[in-house]
Design a protein around this ligand. Structure first.
Ligand code: GLV
Length: 316
């Protein structure tokens, strides 16, 4: 029997994904379920594998025989929050698939903008103020990378290659050339202390919700900049606004928010020190994603182990 695969995704050009997946998995029986208009249909054909991006919870009420779920993204927090998500299925997230380079580029661009003072010049321009800043050596500008998976490691390497002083933090010890890696709760405060910029790329778990809060952000250098490309729920939004108002923090570059799209009346929109991007720091790329997923499905069919499987207890 061919492997039965349902593709259920939002914000994607379905025909192109179906064509690429069918070419990569010629023996599979593959069909599309539109994530934007899905009601659980008790008579729907049952798939062995689901390939998903932001599916509605109803997909998992409908599909009751899934052996594996492939997420077309890195973060799986939204899937794990769904009550009907099958806990006995393998949950597999994308590993890199072009996202690491894209995120390294985004964070490097944000850090360079802050380091060269472009964000401050943009604010002064509104008042026609001609005022130069003294530029510090890059080696005196310390950037922290919170989360050192494949993506965080790529970000830390890109920053270090650019001459910035880079500190990294993860729950477990990592070794990255040119990066001062700290690990575990005991070293978290010393990781944060005096950072000029902090980039968070953490996956969202029950343990790290709200980790970018007043107590932690207050440890950064005066005037520090916060970059969030992980998940919006890591940042306590009211704390960020208060620390900006108090002049403790200098600004923020935010790609992810507690509520997305960011509501039009959200105070962040009106803060010149906050640069908002609409969750675009890395988008899922068709070719490397399809190649990665097809390869993993083939391995599973041969009974081989695959990487990128989410540990449901850890949440990533
Ligand atoms: C995007 O946010 C992702 O999780 O891949």
């Amino acid at each position: 029997m061919p492997t039965r695969i349902v593709l259920c995704a939002r914000e994607m050009h379905a025909p192109a994904w179906l064509e690429a997946l069918r070419a990569a998995l010629p023996d599979a029986d593959l069909w599309w379920r539109d994530a934007a208009k899905l009601d659980a249909d008790p008579l729907a054909p049952q798939a062995d594998i689901a390939i998903v991006w932001r599916p509605p919870p109803a997909l998992f009420e409908e599909q009751r025989r899934l052996r594996a779920v492939f997420n077309l993204g890195a973060g799986v927090d939204a899937l794990l929050a769904m009550p009907a998500f099958p806990r006995d299925a393998l949950l597999v997230r994308l590993e890199d698939a072009g996202m690491a380079d894209a995120l390294a580029e985004y964070v490097l661009a944000a850090v360079l903008r802050v380091y060269r003072g472009f964000d401050r010049y943009a604010i002064r321009q509104r008042d026609a103020r001609w005022q130069a800043e003294v530029l510090r050596p890059r080696s005196n500008f310390t950037v922290g990378v919170l989360g050192l998976g494949v993506i965080g490691t790529a970000i830390a390497r890109a920053l270090a290659a650019h001459g910035f002083a880079v500190r990294g933090f993860a729950r477990t010890r990592h070794t990255i050339e040119g990066v001062d890696c700290r690990a575990g709760d005991a070293e978290f405060a010393s990781f944060l202390d005096g950072l000029d910029a902090l980039a968070s790329v953490l996956p969202l778990t029950a343990d790290n919700r709200g980790i970018l809060n007043r107590a932690n952000l207050a440890r950064l250098a005066d005037g520090a900049h916060v970059i969030n490309v992980g998940r919006g729920a890591h940042l306590v939004e009211a704390d960020l606004l208060a620390l900006l108002d108090e002049g403790k923090l200098g600004g923020a570059t935010l790609d992810v928010f507690e509520t997305e799209p960011l509501p039009a009346d959200h105070p962040f929109w009106r803060r010149p020190e906050i640069l908002i991007t609409p969750h675009i720091s890395a988008v899922t790329e068709l070719e490397p994603s399809v190649a990665q997923i097809a390869e993993k499905i083939a391995r599973l069919e041969r009974g081989e182990a695959i990487t990128g499987v989410v540990d449901l207890r850890r949440g990533y």
